[in-house]
Design a protein around this ligand. Structure first.
Ligand SMILES: [Zn+2]
Length: 339
């Protein structure tokens, strides 16, 4: 009997070791421990054993059954472990695999410099003003001391929408609009698009950008204007930047000037960038004409002010050594990605 039990246990264990799935495992259990299983049958045969041998035999059968249960449980665990391993292997994430690159947009070069410009003037206590690009003739010209038939109108090839409405040719109308609305002290910059009916070439475009500056307060002098513009030039072009002011004429400022910076490539020696001059013109400026103050409702005996206007494109072209203005508007990503 004992040998028979041991033989059954050995056979069961051998079958178990070949088991691959939970279902096969169940089959083995039924084969040995089920209602008609081999071990169950032997247990039923106990009643034919002599009464004095029964306890020992029963104990033996229990031991074998317990050993088989243990083996079944171990194999069941093994099957589960293998299934989990296979599942994990199938879901492996290769963290070293390069990702799909996302193309992220970049700031347009005009905005790169404009943002720097704003940053500088906001830091100096200026605020930003915005106004319409479709403008009344009154704001674009007349209130800036450029009446109808004034020769200065000829220098600004204007897009007329009607006799009294134009596409603004400059950001200077924002001076008038600001002074009409606000009482001094006034301290604004007004960046924006302007339009002139110029033929397109490497340095001309019918659409470009200007930044207007206006300060009106008591006791504002030419020295305030020079000081703030020199400070601005040094912040934008570097601390060692040298500036100069040349007398000029604008109808809406008196006196008027243009500001040059010493060529940042040749430092004044003369090179193709500055056309041999050693200086690069940056902006026009001047003291606000008393007539302009008066037309905007500001008492010119009490207040004075200065204004300046800068061409954004020219500033950016100098800064990044761009030699064709058309590149700004073509939106060629090969160009835009360089900034
Ligand atoms: Zn130069």
């Amino acid at each position: 009997m004992k040998e028979q039990l041991e033989a059954i246990l050995a056979k069961a264990k051998e079958e178990l070791s070949a088991v691959q799935s939970a279902r096969e495992l169940g089959d083995v259990r039924v084969k040995y421990l089920g209602k008609k299983g081999e071990l169950t049958t032997i247990r039923k045969g106990l009643r034919d054993v002599a009464p004095e041998d029964r306890p020992a035999m029963g104990q033996l059968i229990n031991d074998v059954c317990a050993q088989l249960e243990t083996a079944l449980a171990a194999q069941s665990e093994e099957i589960e472990r293998k299934a989990l391993e296979a599942k994990l292997a199938g879901e492996t994430l290769d963290v070293t695999m390069p990702g799909k690159p996302l193309t992220i947009g970049k700031k347009h070069p005009l905005n790169v410099v404009l943002d720097e410009f704003k940053e500088i003037f906001l830091g100096l206590g200026f605020s930003i003003a915005e106004g319409p690009e479709v403008e009344l003739d009154h704001y674009n010209f007349e209130a800036l001391n450029i009446p109808k038939d004034h020769p200065a109108r000829d220098t600004q090839d204007t897009f007329y929408i009607s006799d009294n409405v134009v596409l603004r040719t400059q950001t200077s109308p924002m001076q008038v609009r600001t002074m009409e609305k606000k009482k001094p002290p006034i301290r604004i910059i007004a960046p924006g698009r302007v339009y002139r009916s110029d033929a397109v070439d490497a340095t001309h475009s019918p659409l470009f950008h200007q930044i207007e500056g206006l300060v009106v307060d008591k006791d504002i002098r030419m020295s305030d204007l020079k000081g703030i513009l020199e400070l601005f030039a040094k912040k934008l072009y570097g601390e060692d930047t040298v500036v100069r002011f040349r007398p000029h004429h604008f109808p809406f400022t008196e006196p008027s000037a243009e500001m040059d910076i010493q060529c940042y490539r040749c430092h004044g020696a003369g090179c193709p960038l500055c056309k041999g001059e050693g200086w690069i013109e940056i902006l026009g400026c001047g003291m606000v004409h008393p007539k302009v103050l008066e037309m905007s409702g500001i008492d010119s005996t009490e207040y004075s002010g200065y204004a300046f206007g800068i061409g954004l494109e020219r500033m950016v072209m100098g800064r990044f050594k761009i030699d064709d203005i058309r590149l700004f508007y073509e939106n060629d990503v090969r160009f835009l990605h360089q900034f």
